[in-house]
Design a protein around this ligand. Structure first.
Ligand code: NAP
Length: 479
Protein backbone atom coordinates (compact mmCIF):
# COMPACT_ATOMS: atom_id res chain seq x y z
CA UNK A 1 0.00 0.00 0.00
CA UNK A 2 1.16 3.57 -0.68
CA UNK A 3 1.07 6.13 2.12
CA UNK A 4 -2.05 7.68 0.57
CA UNK A 5 -3.79 4.30 0.45
CA UNK A 6 -2.87 3.59 4.10
CA UNK A 7 -4.23 7.00 5.24
CA UNK A 8 -7.45 6.46 3.35
CA UNK A 9 -7.81 2.88 4.59
CA UNK A 10 -7.60 4.08 8.22
CA UNK A 11 -10.11 6.87 7.53
CA UNK A 12 -12.64 4.61 5.78
CA UNK A 13 -12.38 1.88 8.41
CA UNK A 14 -12.91 4.44 11.21
CA UNK A 15 -16.00 5.79 9.44
CA UNK A 16 -17.34 2.29 8.78
CA UNK A 17 -16.90 1.40 12.47
CA UNK A 18 -18.69 4.56 13.64
CA UNK A 19 -22.01 2.73 14.01
CA UNK A 20 -23.93 5.53 12.27
CA UNK A 21 -25.99 3.08 10.19
CA UNK A 22 -27.48 1.58 13.35
CA UNK A 23 -28.47 4.96 14.87
CA UNK A 24 -32.10 6.10 15.06
CA UNK A 25 -33.54 8.90 12.95
CA UNK A 26 -34.17 10.89 16.13
CA UNK A 27 -30.51 10.59 17.19
CA UNK A 28 -29.21 11.65 13.79
CA UNK A 29 -31.58 14.61 13.69
CA UNK A 30 -30.22 15.72 17.08
CA UNK A 31 -26.60 15.38 15.90
CA UNK A 32 -27.27 17.32 12.69
CA UNK A 33 -28.84 20.17 14.68
CA UNK A 34 -25.92 20.13 17.14
CA UNK A 35 -23.50 20.43 14.19
CA UNK A 36 -25.54 23.33 12.76
CA UNK A 37 -25.53 25.19 16.09
CA UNK A 38 -21.78 24.64 16.55
CA UNK A 39 -20.98 25.90 13.04
CA UNK A 40 -22.97 29.08 13.57
CA UNK A 41 -21.39 29.58 16.99
CA UNK A 42 -17.92 29.31 15.39
CA UNK A 43 -18.75 31.67 12.50
CA UNK A 44 -16.61 34.56 13.81
CA UNK A 45 -13.57 32.27 13.93
CA UNK A 46 -14.23 30.41 10.65
CA UNK A 47 -15.13 33.29 8.32
CA UNK A 48 -11.72 35.08 8.53
CA UNK A 49 -9.95 31.78 7.72
CA UNK A 50 -12.26 31.35 4.73
CA UNK A 51 -11.66 34.95 3.62
CA UNK A 52 -7.88 34.50 3.68
CA UNK A 53 -8.05 31.24 1.72
CA UNK A 54 -10.73 32.09 -0.89
CA UNK A 55 -10.74 35.93 -1.32
CA UNK A 56 -14.54 35.87 -1.00
CA UNK A 57 -16.13 38.69 1.00
CA UNK A 58 -16.99 38.59 4.68
CA UNK A 59 -20.68 39.22 3.89
CA UNK A 60 -20.86 36.38 1.36
CA UNK A 61 -19.06 33.93 3.67
CA UNK A 62 -21.09 34.82 6.78
CA UNK A 63 -24.26 34.24 4.78
CA UNK A 64 -22.89 30.92 3.58
CA UNK A 65 -22.34 29.74 7.18
CA UNK A 66 -26.02 30.40 7.87
CA UNK A 67 -26.99 28.56 4.68
CA UNK A 68 -24.86 25.57 5.67
CA UNK A 69 -26.43 25.40 9.15
CA UNK A 70 -29.88 25.70 7.57
CA UNK A 71 -29.13 22.73 5.29
CA UNK A 72 -28.07 20.59 8.25
CA UNK A 73 -31.28 21.48 10.14
CA UNK A 74 -33.34 20.91 6.99
CA UNK A 75 -32.10 17.32 6.67
CA UNK A 76 -32.90 16.79 10.37
CA UNK A 77 -36.51 17.79 9.54
CA UNK A 78 -36.52 15.51 6.47
CA UNK A 79 -35.57 12.37 8.39
CA UNK A 80 -37.93 13.13 11.27
CA UNK A 81 -40.85 13.44 8.84
CA UNK A 82 -39.95 10.00 7.43
CA UNK A 83 -41.54 9.91 3.94
CA UNK A 84 -38.03 9.78 2.43
CA UNK A 85 -37.95 6.08 3.44
CA UNK A 86 -40.68 5.27 0.88
CA UNK A 87 -42.08 2.75 3.39
CA UNK A 88 -44.56 0.42 1.66
CA UNK A 89 -46.59 -2.44 3.11
CA UNK A 90 -48.54 -4.96 1.00
CA UNK A 91 -50.74 -7.48 2.85
CA UNK A 92 -50.63 -11.08 1.57
CA UNK A 93 -53.33 -12.09 -0.93
CA UNK A 94 -53.51 -15.73 -1.98
CA UNK A 95 -56.36 -15.03 -4.44
CA UNK A 96 -54.05 -13.14 -6.83
CA UNK A 97 -52.18 -14.78 -9.71
CA UNK A 98 -49.35 -15.02 -8.87
CA UNK A 99 -50.26 -15.00 -5.17
CA UNK A 100 -48.88 -12.05 -3.23
CA UNK A 101 -46.84 -12.74 -0.09
CA UNK A 102 -46.50 -10.25 2.80
CA UNK A 103 -44.15 -7.64 1.28
CA UNK A 104 -42.64 -4.65 3.08
CA UNK A 105 -40.22 -2.30 1.38
CA UNK A 106 -38.21 0.71 2.52
CA UNK A 107 -34.90 2.44 1.89
CA UNK A 108 -31.80 1.80 3.99
CA UNK A 109 -28.36 3.51 4.15
CA UNK A 110 -25.74 2.37 1.62
CA UNK A 111 -22.62 2.53 3.83
CA UNK A 112 -19.54 4.75 3.82
CA UNK A 113 -19.87 7.67 1.36
CA UNK A 114 -16.91 9.56 -0.14
CA UNK A 115 -17.57 13.29 -0.57
CA UNK A 116 -15.43 15.64 -2.70
CA UNK A 117 -15.71 19.31 -1.71
CA UNK A 118 -15.85 22.18 -4.21
CA UNK A 119 -13.69 25.30 -4.03
CA UNK A 120 -16.34 27.95 -4.66
CA UNK A 121 -18.61 27.18 -1.68
CA UNK A 122 -16.09 26.69 1.16
CA UNK A 123 -18.95 26.02 3.59
CA UNK A 124 -22.12 25.05 1.71
CA UNK A 125 -20.57 22.55 -0.76
CA UNK A 126 -17.61 21.58 1.38
CA UNK A 127 -16.90 19.70 4.64
CA UNK A 128 -20.33 20.20 6.22
CA UNK A 129 -22.15 20.96 2.96
CA UNK A 130 -25.11 19.39 1.18
CA UNK A 131 -23.53 16.05 0.33
CA UNK A 132 -22.27 15.53 3.88
CA UNK A 133 -25.57 16.66 5.45
CA UNK A 134 -27.69 14.39 3.24
CA UNK A 135 -25.38 11.37 3.65
CA UNK A 136 -25.23 11.70 7.46
CA UNK A 137 -29.00 12.15 7.57
CA UNK A 138 -29.40 8.94 5.55
CA UNK A 139 -27.23 7.10 8.10
CA UNK A 140 -24.09 6.95 5.94
CA UNK A 141 -20.74 7.92 7.52
CA UNK A 142 -18.72 10.31 5.35
CA UNK A 143 -15.04 10.40 4.41
CA UNK A 144 -14.53 13.90 3.09
CA UNK A 145 -11.83 14.75 0.53
CA UNK A 146 -10.95 18.36 1.39
CA UNK A 147 -10.54 20.88 -1.43
CA UNK A 148 -6.95 22.18 -1.60
CA UNK A 149 -8.31 25.72 -2.08
CA UNK A 150 -9.29 26.00 1.62
CA UNK A 151 -7.29 23.44 3.62
CA UNK A 152 -7.13 25.22 6.99
CA UNK A 153 -10.85 25.99 6.92
CA UNK A 154 -11.63 22.35 6.04
CA UNK A 155 -9.70 21.10 9.07
CA UNK A 156 -11.40 23.56 11.43
CA UNK A 157 -14.90 22.83 10.14
CA UNK A 158 -14.25 19.09 10.49
CA UNK A 159 -13.10 19.66 14.10
CA UNK A 160 -16.21 21.73 14.88
CA UNK A 161 -18.64 19.20 13.38
CA UNK A 162 -16.93 16.13 14.87
CA UNK A 163 -16.82 17.84 18.28
CA UNK A 164 -20.49 18.78 18.10
CA UNK A 165 -21.58 15.24 17.20
CA UNK A 166 -19.44 13.79 20.00
CA UNK A 167 -20.74 16.30 22.57
CA UNK A 168 -24.29 15.39 21.57
CA UNK A 169 -23.54 11.71 22.29
CA UNK A 170 -22.87 10.61 18.69
CA UNK A 171 -19.87 9.07 16.89
CA UNK A 172 -17.27 11.69 15.87
CA UNK A 173 -16.00 9.29 13.18
CA UNK A 174 -19.28 9.73 11.30
CA UNK A 175 -17.20 12.41 9.54
CA UNK A 176 -13.50 11.86 8.74
CA UNK A 177 -11.34 14.24 6.68
CA UNK A 178 -8.65 13.28 4.15
CA UNK A 179 -6.51 15.59 2.01
CA UNK A 180 -4.52 15.21 -1.22
CA UNK A 181 -5.14 14.17 -4.81
CA UNK A 182 -3.72 10.64 -4.37
CA UNK A 183 -5.89 10.25 -1.28
CA UNK A 184 -8.93 11.24 -3.37
CA UNK A 185 -8.13 8.56 -5.94
CA UNK A 186 -7.57 5.93 -3.24
CA UNK A 187 -10.87 6.91 -1.65
CA UNK A 188 -12.91 6.28 -4.80
CA UNK A 189 -11.15 2.89 -5.18
CA UNK A 190 -11.58 1.77 -1.54
CA UNK A 191 -13.71 -1.41 -1.37
CA UNK A 192 -15.69 -0.20 1.68
CA UNK A 193 -16.79 3.03 -0.05
CA UNK A 194 -20.32 2.55 -1.39
CA UNK A 195 -21.02 5.84 -3.22
CA UNK A 196 -19.37 9.15 -4.13
CA UNK A 197 -20.84 12.65 -3.89
CA UNK A 198 -18.76 15.11 -5.95
CA UNK A 199 -19.15 18.84 -6.58
CA UNK A 200 -16.67 20.41 -8.99
CA UNK A 201 -15.56 20.67 -12.58
CA UNK A 202 -16.87 18.50 -15.40
CA UNK A 203 -13.31 17.37 -16.17
CA UNK A 204 -12.48 16.36 -12.57
CA UNK A 205 -15.88 14.75 -12.10
CA UNK A 206 -15.54 12.74 -15.30
CA UNK A 207 -12.09 11.43 -14.29
CA UNK A 208 -13.35 10.23 -10.90
CA UNK A 209 -16.62 8.89 -12.35
CA UNK A 210 -14.62 6.68 -14.74
CA UNK A 211 -12.71 5.25 -11.76
CA UNK A 212 -15.89 4.66 -9.73
CA UNK A 213 -17.62 2.70 -12.48
CA UNK A 214 -14.54 0.68 -13.48
CA UNK A 215 -13.79 -0.64 -9.98
CA UNK A 216 -14.14 -4.43 -9.55
CA UNK A 217 -17.37 -3.57 -7.67
CA UNK A 218 -18.71 -0.40 -9.40
CA UNK A 219 -20.41 2.19 -7.19
CA UNK A 220 -22.78 5.10 -7.92
CA UNK A 221 -21.03 8.42 -8.54
CA UNK A 222 -23.13 11.57 -8.08
CA UNK A 223 -21.21 14.38 -9.78
CA UNK A 224 -22.67 17.90 -9.72
CA UNK A 225 -20.55 19.61 -12.35
CA UNK A 226 -20.08 22.79 -14.38
CA UNK A 227 -22.95 24.46 -16.23
CA UNK A 228 -23.58 27.39 -18.58
CA UNK A 229 -27.21 28.07 -17.58
CA UNK A 230 -28.81 29.44 -20.78
CA UNK A 231 -31.18 32.43 -20.60
CA UNK A 232 -33.77 33.27 -23.26
CA UNK A 233 -34.71 36.96 -23.41
CA UNK A 234 -37.86 37.59 -25.46
CA UNK A 235 -38.32 40.70 -27.66
CA UNK A 236 -41.19 41.89 -25.41
CA UNK A 237 -39.02 41.59 -22.27
CA UNK A 238 -36.32 43.78 -23.86
CA UNK A 239 -38.89 46.30 -25.08
CA UNK A 240 -40.48 46.58 -21.64
CA UNK A 241 -37.39 47.27 -19.51
CA UNK A 242 -33.98 47.09 -21.23
CA UNK A 243 -32.14 48.89 -18.40
CA UNK A 244 -33.66 46.74 -15.62
CA UNK A 245 -32.90 43.57 -17.54
CA UNK A 246 -29.30 44.66 -18.15
CA UNK A 247 -28.77 45.58 -14.49
CA UNK A 248 -30.18 42.22 -13.36
CA UNK A 249 -27.99 40.22 -15.73
CA UNK A 250 -24.87 42.23 -14.81
CA UNK A 251 -25.53 41.66 -11.10
CA UNK A 252 -26.05 37.91 -11.58
CA UNK A 253 -23.08 37.04 -13.81
CA UNK A 254 -20.57 39.21 -11.89
CA UNK A 255 -21.73 38.18 -8.39
CA UNK A 256 -18.71 36.97 -6.38
CA UNK A 257 -16.59 37.02 -9.52
CA UNK A 258 -19.01 34.84 -11.49
CA UNK A 259 -17.77 31.80 -9.55
CA UNK A 260 -21.11 30.01 -9.42
CA UNK A 261 -22.21 26.80 -11.11
CA UNK A 262 -25.51 28.65 -11.73
CA UNK A 263 -23.96 31.74 -13.36
CA UNK A 264 -25.92 32.78 -16.49
CA UNK A 265 -23.16 32.21 -19.07
CA UNK A 266 -25.12 32.10 -22.33
CA UNK A 267 -27.88 34.62 -23.09
CA UNK A 268 -30.09 34.55 -26.21
CA UNK A 269 -31.14 38.12 -27.02
CA UNK A 270 -33.02 39.68 -29.95
CA UNK A 271 -30.57 41.41 -32.34
CA UNK A 272 -30.49 45.19 -32.78
CA UNK A 273 -31.97 46.50 -29.51
CA UNK A 274 -30.72 48.97 -26.89
CA UNK A 275 -30.17 46.12 -24.44
CA UNK A 276 -26.49 45.69 -25.34
CA UNK A 277 -25.72 49.38 -24.68
CA UNK A 278 -27.56 49.18 -21.36
CA UNK A 279 -25.59 46.05 -20.44
CA UNK A 280 -22.27 47.73 -21.35
CA UNK A 281 -23.16 50.63 -19.03
CA UNK A 282 -24.13 48.30 -16.17
CA UNK A 283 -20.98 46.19 -16.54
CA UNK A 284 -18.60 49.16 -16.79
CA UNK A 285 -19.25 49.90 -13.11
CA UNK A 286 -19.14 46.26 -11.92
CA UNK A 287 -16.39 45.26 -9.49
CA UNK A 288 -13.60 42.79 -10.31
CA UNK A 289 -12.67 39.86 -8.08
CA UNK A 290 -9.55 37.95 -7.19
CA UNK A 291 -10.62 34.44 -8.16
CA UNK A 292 -10.46 31.45 -5.82
CA UNK A 293 -7.13 30.05 -7.01
CA UNK A 294 -4.23 31.07 -9.25
CA UNK A 295 -5.13 28.18 -11.57
CA UNK A 296 -8.67 29.50 -12.02
CA UNK A 297 -7.37 33.04 -12.65
CA UNK A 298 -5.08 31.77 -15.41
CA UNK A 299 -7.74 29.50 -16.95
CA UNK A 300 -10.31 32.31 -16.96
CA UNK A 301 -7.91 34.78 -18.62
CA UNK A 302 -6.85 32.26 -21.27
CA UNK A 303 -10.45 31.19 -22.03
CA UNK A 304 -11.87 34.69 -22.26
CA UNK A 305 -8.93 35.95 -24.38
CA UNK A 306 -9.42 33.08 -26.81
CA UNK A 307 -13.14 33.75 -27.11
CA UNK A 308 -12.69 37.52 -27.49
CA UNK A 309 -10.08 37.05 -30.24
CA UNK A 310 -12.42 35.09 -32.53
CA UNK A 311 -13.53 36.81 -35.74
CA UNK A 312 -17.17 35.86 -35.08
CA UNK A 313 -17.16 37.31 -31.53
CA UNK A 314 -17.53 40.97 -30.55
CA UNK A 315 -16.50 42.36 -27.15
CA UNK A 316 -19.42 44.41 -25.81
CA UNK A 317 -17.95 45.52 -22.48
CA UNK A 318 -14.97 45.03 -20.17
CA UNK A 319 -15.18 46.55 -16.70
CA UNK A 320 -12.38 48.82 -15.54
CA UNK A 321 -11.75 46.81 -12.38
CA UNK A 322 -9.06 45.17 -10.25
CA UNK A 323 -8.55 41.39 -10.36
CA UNK A 324 -10.49 39.40 -12.94
CA UNK A 325 -12.64 42.05 -14.65
CA UNK A 326 -16.22 41.33 -15.81
CA UNK A 327 -16.50 40.94 -19.59
CA UNK A 328 -19.44 40.58 -22.02
CA UNK A 329 -18.96 39.11 -25.49
CA UNK A 330 -21.49 38.54 -28.27
CA UNK A 331 -21.94 36.36 -31.32
CA UNK A 332 -24.73 35.51 -33.75
CA UNK A 333 -27.12 32.56 -33.75
CA UNK A 334 -25.61 31.35 -37.04
CA UNK A 335 -22.06 31.38 -35.59
CA UNK A 336 -23.39 29.55 -32.51
CA UNK A 337 -25.04 26.95 -34.76
CA UNK A 338 -21.80 26.39 -36.67
CA UNK A 339 -19.83 25.48 -33.51
CA UNK A 340 -22.26 24.94 -30.62
CA UNK A 341 -19.78 22.96 -28.51
CA UNK A 342 -17.20 25.81 -28.58
CA UNK A 343 -19.73 28.40 -27.41
CA UNK A 344 -21.03 26.14 -24.64
CA UNK A 345 -17.76 25.80 -22.75
CA UNK A 346 -17.99 26.98 -19.15
CA UNK A 347 -15.85 30.07 -18.37
CA UNK A 348 -15.60 29.95 -14.59
CA UNK A 349 -15.44 33.66 -13.75
CA UNK A 350 -17.23 36.94 -14.63
CA UNK A 351 -17.97 36.36 -18.35
CA UNK A 352 -21.24 36.06 -20.19
CA UNK A 353 -21.83 35.40 -23.89
CA UNK A 354 -24.76 36.96 -25.77
CA UNK A 355 -26.16 35.08 -28.78
CA UNK A 356 -28.13 37.43 -31.05
CA UNK A 357 -31.17 35.99 -32.81
CA UNK A 358 -33.06 37.65 -35.68
CA UNK A 359 -36.40 35.79 -35.48
CA UNK A 360 -38.14 32.92 -33.60
CA UNK A 361 -36.85 30.37 -36.14
CA UNK A 362 -33.27 31.45 -35.48
CA UNK A 363 -33.85 31.08 -31.75
CA UNK A 364 -35.44 27.62 -31.93
CA UNK A 365 -32.64 26.26 -34.14
CA UNK A 366 -30.08 27.49 -31.60
CA UNK A 367 -32.02 26.14 -28.59
CA UNK A 368 -32.13 22.70 -30.23
CA UNK A 369 -28.32 22.57 -29.94
CA UNK A 370 -28.18 23.16 -26.18
CA UNK A 371 -26.33 20.72 -23.92
CA UNK A 372 -27.33 19.83 -20.36
CA UNK A 373 -27.34 22.59 -17.71
CA UNK A 374 -28.35 23.00 -14.08
CA UNK A 375 -30.78 25.79 -14.96
CA UNK A 376 -32.58 27.49 -17.84
CA UNK A 377 -34.18 30.94 -17.57
CA UNK A 378 -36.94 32.65 -19.54
CA UNK A 379 -37.17 36.45 -19.35
CA UNK A 380 -40.62 37.34 -20.59
CA UNK A 381 -43.22 40.15 -20.43
CA UNK A 382 -47.02 40.29 -20.28
CA UNK A 383 -47.25 41.35 -23.94
CA UNK A 384 -45.23 38.32 -25.11
CA UNK A 385 -46.18 35.87 -27.80
CA UNK A 386 -47.40 32.84 -25.75
CA UNK A 387 -46.16 30.41 -28.40
CA UNK A 388 -42.59 31.77 -28.13
CA UNK A 389 -42.58 31.46 -24.34
CA UNK A 390 -44.05 27.94 -24.52
CA UNK A 391 -41.41 26.88 -27.03
CA UNK A 392 -38.57 28.31 -24.94
CA UNK A 393 -39.98 26.54 -21.85
CA UNK A 394 -40.07 23.17 -23.63
CA UNK A 395 -36.59 23.65 -25.12
CA UNK A 396 -35.04 24.60 -21.77
CA UNK A 397 -36.98 21.88 -19.92
CA UNK A 398 -35.36 19.32 -22.22
CA UNK A 399 -31.84 20.30 -21.14
CA UNK A 400 -32.08 21.91 -17.68
CA UNK A 401 -32.90 20.60 -14.20
CA UNK A 402 -34.57 23.85 -13.07
CA UNK A 403 -36.45 26.25 -15.38
CA UNK A 404 -37.14 29.69 -13.94
CA UNK A 405 -39.13 32.68 -15.12
CA UNK A 406 -38.21 36.35 -14.77
CA UNK A 407 -35.53 35.73 -12.15
CA UNK A 408 -31.80 34.95 -12.32
CA UNK A 409 -30.39 31.48 -11.72
CA UNK A 410 -27.74 32.36 -9.11
CA UNK A 411 -29.13 31.54 -5.66
CA UNK A 412 -30.45 28.01 -4.99
CA UNK A 413 -33.17 27.79 -2.32
CA UNK A 414 -33.13 24.93 0.20
CA UNK A 415 -36.59 23.37 -0.07
CA UNK A 416 -38.55 20.13 -0.40
CA UNK A 417 -39.32 21.01 -4.02
CA UNK A 418 -35.80 22.01 -5.08
CA UNK A 419 -33.95 20.26 -7.91
CA UNK A 420 -30.27 21.04 -8.45
CA UNK A 421 -28.96 18.78 -11.19
CA UNK A 422 -29.39 18.25 -14.90
CA UNK A 423 -28.34 16.18 -17.91
CA UNK A 424 -24.67 15.61 -18.76
CA UNK A 425 -22.36 17.61 -18.71
CA UNK A 426 -23.91 19.40 -15.73
CA UNK A 427 -24.18 16.15 -13.78
CA UNK A 428 -23.17 12.50 -14.03
CA UNK A 429 -26.54 11.40 -12.59
CA UNK A 430 -29.38 13.33 -14.20
CA UNK A 431 -32.07 11.57 -12.12
CA UNK A 432 -30.75 13.01 -8.85
CA UNK A 433 -30.24 16.33 -7.08
CA UNK A 434 -27.60 17.58 -4.64
CA UNK A 435 -29.82 20.29 -3.07
CA UNK A 436 -33.32 19.81 -1.61
CA UNK A 437 -34.96 16.99 0.34
CA UNK A 438 -34.51 14.29 -2.32
CA UNK A 439 -30.70 14.68 -2.24
CA UNK A 440 -30.87 12.04 0.51
CA UNK A 441 -32.16 9.47 -2.02
CA UNK A 442 -28.65 9.18 -3.52
CA UNK A 443 -27.31 7.45 -0.44
CA UNK A 444 -30.13 4.96 0.13
CA UNK A 445 -30.97 1.59 -1.44
CA UNK A 446 -34.27 -0.31 -1.30
CA UNK A 447 -34.81 -3.54 0.60
CA UNK A 448 -38.00 -5.64 0.46
CA UNK A 449 -38.81 -8.07 3.30
CA UNK A 450 -40.96 -11.04 2.30
CA UNK A 451 -43.03 -12.85 4.98
CA UNK A 452 -40.65 -11.50 7.66
CA UNK A 453 -41.49 -11.95 11.36
CA UNK A 454 -42.44 -8.67 13.09
CA UNK A 455 -39.45 -8.89 15.43
CA UNK A 456 -36.86 -8.59 12.64
CA UNK A 457 -38.61 -5.72 10.82
CA UNK A 458 -37.57 -2.07 11.32
CA UNK A 459 -40.18 -0.11 13.34
CA UNK A 460 -41.07 1.83 10.17
CA UNK A 461 -42.48 -1.36 8.57
CA UNK A 462 -44.18 -3.05 11.52
CA UNK A 463 -47.92 -3.59 11.89
CA UNK A 464 -49.74 -0.57 13.27
CA UNK A 465 -47.00 1.83 12.04
CA UNK A 466 -45.41 2.40 15.49
CA UNK A 467 -42.90 4.90 13.99
CA UNK A 468 -45.83 7.05 12.80
CA UNK A 469 -44.40 7.86 9.37
CA UNK A 470 -46.22 8.33 6.03
CA UNK A 471 -46.53 4.90 4.32
CA UNK A 472 -48.15 3.33 1.28
CA UNK A 473 -50.37 0.50 2.55
CA UNK A 474 -51.94 -1.83 -0.03
CA UNK A 475 -51.41 0.87 -2.66
CA UNK A 476 -52.93 3.73 -0.65
CA UNK A 477 -50.82 6.61 0.68
CA UNK A 478 -51.46 6.92 4.43
CA UNK A 479 -50.27 10.14 6.04
P1 NAP B 1 -12.41 20.70 -9.28
O1 NAP B 1 -11.13 21.32 -9.67
O2 NAP B 1 -12.99 19.67 -10.19
O3 NAP B 1 -12.18 20.09 -7.81
C1 NAP B 1 -13.16 19.36 -7.09
C2 NAP B 1 -12.50 18.24 -6.28
O4 NAP B 1 -12.13 17.17 -7.15
C3 NAP B 1 -11.23 18.64 -5.55
O5 NAP B 1 -11.19 17.97 -4.31
C4 NAP B 1 -10.13 18.14 -6.47
O6 NAP B 1 -8.99 17.84 -5.70
C5 NAP B 1 -10.74 16.86 -7.04
N1 NAP B 1 -10.27 16.51 -8.38
C6 NAP B 1 -10.47 17.24 -9.52
N2 NAP B 1 -9.96 16.59 -10.58
C7 NAP B 1 -9.43 15.44 -10.11
C8 NAP B 1 -8.75 14.34 -10.74
N3 NAP B 1 -8.54 14.30 -12.06
N4 NAP B 1 -8.32 13.32 -9.95
C9 NAP B 1 -8.54 13.36 -8.62
N5 NAP B 1 -9.16 14.36 -7.98
C10 NAP B 1 -9.61 15.39 -8.71
O7 NAP B 1 -13.57 21.77 -9.12
P2 NAP B 1 -13.56 23.16 -8.28
O8 NAP B 1 -12.40 23.95 -8.65
O9 NAP B 1 -13.69 22.84 -6.88
O10 NAP B 1 -14.93 23.91 -8.67
C11 NAP B 1 -15.19 24.62 -9.82
C12 NAP B 1 -16.19 23.88 -10.68
O11 NAP B 1 -17.20 23.30 -9.87
C13 NAP B 1 -16.90 24.77 -11.68
O12 NAP B 1 -16.96 24.11 -12.90
C14 NAP B 1 -18.31 24.91 -11.09
O13 NAP B 1 -19.31 25.17 -12.04
C15 NAP B 1 -18.48 23.57 -10.44
N6 NAP B 1 -19.48 23.59 -9.36
C16 NAP B 1 -20.62 22.87 -9.52
C17 NAP B 1 -21.61 22.91 -8.54
C18 NAP B 1 -22.89 22.12 -8.72
O14 NAP B 1 -23.68 22.06 -7.77
N7 NAP B 1 -23.15 21.55 -9.89
C19 NAP B 1 -21.42 23.67 -7.39
C20 NAP B 1 -20.23 24.37 -7.24
C21 NAP B 1 -19.26 24.32 -8.24
P3 NAP B 1 -7.49 18.19 -6.13
O15 NAP B 1 -7.46 19.62 -6.53
O16 NAP B 1 -6.70 17.84 -4.92
O17 NAP B 1 -7.20 17.31 -7.30
Amino acid sequence: MTTAEETVDLAVRAAAASGLAASTRADRARWLRAAADALQAASAELVPIAQAETHLSEARLSGEVVRTATQLRFFADVIEEGSYLEATVDAPDASLLPPRPDLRRMLRPLGVVAVFAASNFPFAFSVAGNDTASALAAGCPVVLKAHPGHPELSRRVADVVRGAIRDAGGPADALVLVEGMDEGLALVRHPLVTAVGFTGSTRGGRALYDIAVSRPAPIPFYGELGSINPVVVTPAAVAEDPAGLAAGLAGSFTRDGGQYCTKPGLVFVPAGTTFETELATAVAAAPGQQLLTAGMTGAFAAGSDELAARADVEVIAVADAEGSAPIVVATTASAFLAEPEVFQQEHFGPLTLLVRYDDPGDLSRALAELEGSLTGTVRTAASDDDALVAEATVALGRVAGRVLFNGWPTGVAIAWGQHHGGPWPSSTASVHTSVGATAIRRFLAPIAYQDAPQAVLPAELRDGNPAGIPRREDGVLVA
